[in-house]
Design a protein around this ligand. Sequence first.
Ligand code: NI
Length: 172
Amino acid sequence: MKRPILIHPDPRLKKVCAPVTEITDDLRALARDMLETMYDAPGIGLAAPQVGVLTRLIVLDCVKGEHEAPRPIVMINPEVVASSDETRVYEEGCLSIPEQYGEVTRPAEVELRWTGVDGHEHREGFGGLWATCVQHEIDHLNGKLFIDYLGAMRRQLITRRMVKLKREQARA
Ligand code: NI
């Protein structure tokens, strides 16, 4: 089941999310719904606070090629355990800030630890778009948006546009 995506500015997008302590049916349903919502958008990553659930869960799939098999990943309590000195600049966007983009510099490679929906611990290194995306999604769990990396003027401009968008949506 698709869930509505919160649009910035929203106080729930500024909160530090709580760790998952137990993998319940509700959590599994949330992960399924988030993947469906992400693919439908379409997007390459989604964090639980973006659907209004303040818990440390993200989903992503950065496979871009039409002929490549999808690789949906659900990460519970994801943590960056190591990051490269080398950086990568990417023009990021966000499903909570539709049609707005900005260049963000982040470590080019990260090593991550997380728990899967099956309860198993995972540890894996990511590079390229995967590294950018996973860091962007973990930021969401800490109440941080990609526009927080931009200059104050640009951030305020984007925020004003989103306020206007939400006002128009509320009227529709
Ligand atoms: Ni985002």
